[in-house]
Design a protein around this ligand. Structure first.
Ligand code: XLS
Ligand code: NI
Ligand code: NI
Length: 437
């Protein structure tokens, strides 16, 4: 059965198109900096929001009309849903998708049955991947929805829960490998705390690190070569999540010797919740050689929680792609729409509008970022700002030729510093805007 019989493959029609079901900027074969847009952006559709999101919120149940929710709870329904999911992704023209184990298949009465359910749906996913050429960007395990994870998973006070989570990750790694996944994500779920009085933070962090090491070891054991990522988020559901932002994650990974095995999967609205701009997170991770992938979305600053809306702001998408290009582009990662339509957008066609808008915003952002880089004006202004570090004293300090006494001697003889010049922030912003409008 088709879920979207009235919708054809979405195609590129150019900036003048008024067709709501066409791309105005995402032309997958167009070359940007010598690479197709498709290969730059590596768009991915998420299973959880797009195919499992119901629109439920704390004030009411779901109201989304979804042709694939036939008899929820059965494996047959899950298989049929998977076929319809691929119909959507294929019609949209996205090359990748991502899922949690529990998005695709229902739990059984025990772990063995649950694994069997997953295997059955994975067969369908495999057949659909082969039919369409759509690939898995990353897999992950849901270690937060089931009530057993009430105190967390890898940071639970209950060792049995830790073992269950480990078994779940083992299986999720196996199916991710089976489906040729390019990566595997750890998002903290409930790995954090609500109250420090009942929390042994050091012990929980040690356990989490041990858990990640076990995953890395098992991947090697089974020959899974995908990239591991950790996804920072500062709060929700706990008031403090251990993976709070890029800097905290990198510190954690380095402390526990995991820095060569995991990169970061950065999500826009998580950056906002952490009190950072997305560009900060991308630039920080990139500067540390750890920028892996993006969960593309945006929040609503007037609401203040993780609303996971689709990104439509070209200023934001241009900044994202500017940072991605600066650090050499995606290798295993991509632009993964960890985003959901708002509750009021409950018809199936809204899923197309949302993704088309996000893809066009990112395609336009990519073109803007490439144009800024090609002109080089901002780059040379930035270089100019640091020019004192390219010669004489600055160059000597950078190459390690100075210490405190030698700098004192230099300053005593010079008396006062060379005059500072303006930071020209408004000019930098105006030049950036020239490429936007
Ligand atoms: C939740 C996270 C989650 C991860 C995958 O806030 O963004 O969706 O991306 O577990
Ligand atoms: Ni995410
Ligand atoms: Ni999120």
């Amino acid at each position: 059965m088709a879920a979207f019989p009235e919708i054809d493959r979405v195609v590129y029609e150019g900036p003048d198109s008024k067709n709501p079901l066409a791309f105005r900027h995402y032309d997958e074969d167009q070359l940007v900096e010598g690479k197709t847009m498709k290969d730059h952006l590596r768009f991915s559709v998420v299973y959880w929001h797009t195919f499992r999101g119901s629109g439920a919120d704390p004030f009411g149940p779901g109201c989304a009309v979804r042709p694939w929710e036939l008899a929820d709870g059965t494996v047959e329904n899950a298989c049929e849903r998977a076929r319809m999911a691929f119909e959507f992704i294929e019609k949209l023209g996205a090359p990748y998708y991502a899922f949690h184990d529990r998005d695709v298949a229902p739990e059984g009465d025990n772990l063995a049955e649950t694994n069997k359910n997953l295997d059955r749906v994975v067969e369908v996913l495999k057949e659909q991947q082969a039919r369409t050429g759509i690939k898995l960007l990353w897999g992950t395990a849901n270690l937060f929805s089931n009530p057993r994870y009430v105190h967390g998973a890898a940071t639970s006070c209950n060792a049995d829960v830790y073992a269950f989570a480990a078994a779940q990750v083992k299986k999720a790694l196996e199916v991710t490998k089976e489906l040729g996944g390019a990566g595997y994500v750890f998002w903290g779920g409930r790995e954090g705390y609500q109250n420090l009085l009942n929390t042994d933070m050091k012990r929980e962090l040690d356990h989490l690190a041990r858990f990640l090491h076990m995953a890395v070891d098992y991947a090697k054991q089974i020959g899974f070569e995908g990239q591991f990522y950790i996804e920072p988020k500062p709060k929700e559901p706990t008031k403090h999540q251990y993976d709070s932002d890029a800097a905290a994650c990198i510190n954690f990974l380095r402390t526990y010797g995991l820095e060569n095995d995991l990169q970061l999967n950065l999500e826009t609205n998580h950056a906002t919740l952490a009190g950072h701009e997305m560009l900060h997170e991308l630039d920080y991770a990139g500067s540390q050689g750890m920028l892996g992938s993006i969960d593309a979305n945006t929040g609503d600053l007037l609401l203040g929680w993780d609303t996971d809306q689709f990104p439509t702001n070209v200023y934001l998408t241009a900044q994202c792609m500017w940072a991605v290009l600066k650090y050499g582009g995606f290798t295993s990662g991509g632009v993964n729409f960890d985003a959901k339509v708002r509750r009021e957008s409950f018809e199936p066609v809204d899923l197309f509008h949302a993704h088309i808008g996000g893809m066009d915003a990112f395609a336009k952002g990519l073109k803007i970022a490439a144009a800024i880089r090609a002109d080089g004006e901002l780059d040379s202004m930035l270089q100019q700002r640091y020019a004192s570090w390219d010669r004489d004293l600055g160059a000597e300090i950078e190459s390690g030729q100075h210490d405190l006494p030698s700098l004192e001697k230099y300053m005593l003889s010079k008396g006062e510093v060379a005059a500072n010049t303006s930071g020209r922030q408004e000019l930098f912003e105006n030049i950036w805007n020239r490429y936007i409008f």
